[in-house]
Design a protein around this ligand. Structure first.
Ligand SMILES: [Zn+2]
Length: 168
């Protein structure tokens, strides 16, 4: 069992102490992500490694979750596993940005505590494809829908009305 991650942390202190945080967060705490979800009762798992012995203040990590998204083709819920890797260079001022290695994204430290939720939510949002659709199960829904549509059309077609009239 993984323990819950803190929602905020002092990133600078974590980096100075070379701390590794590992654990889970409930997806319903991620409001922006929740808008994309059919059901947000799941949780994410993340591992974050803070370090200061790499020549800069680094926050590197991994986040993963199984999201309950809505298929953009049949509009039915679908489970979709996502994951993301990130590497940030923690900065106390923008002027130090050019001291970061090119593969580290700048993260400007503001206030005493920073939001872990925000960092992990951004990564998960980036990992969602623009249009997610079922691989195979979807066709069943589509066929069903096409059939319903056909029946619906037949009912409402003017010829159907004519047929009824003729019968009278
Ligand atoms: Zn589908």
């Amino acid at each position: 069992m993984s323990k819950p991650l803190p929602e905020t942390a002092n990133f600078l202190k974590q980096a100075e102490r070379n701390v590794t945080l590992e654990g889970t967060l409930p997806l319903n705490r991620l409001e922006r992500l929740s808008e994309f979800l059919h059901d947000n009762s799941g949780e994410l798992f993340a591992k974050l490694n803070f370090s200061s012995n790499t020549g800069y203040l680094r926050m590197q990590g991994h986040v993963e979750a199984t999201l309950d998204l809505v298929c953009q083709r049949c509009l039915q819920p679908m489970e979709f596993p996502v994951s993301g890797e990130f590497k940030f260079g923690l900065l106390t001022s923008e002027k130090y940005e050019d001291r970061l290695p090119p593969d580290a994204e700048p993260y400007l430290l503001e206030g005493d505590e920073q939001s872990l939720i925000e960092v992990l939510e951004d990564e998960l949002l980036l990992s969602i494809p623009i249009a997610v659709t079922h691989q195979e199960e979807c066709s069943e829904f589509l066929q069903q829908q096409a059939e319903e549509l056909r029946v619906e059309k037949e009912k409402s077609s003017p010829f159907a009305v004519l047929k009824v009239l003729k019968r009278d």
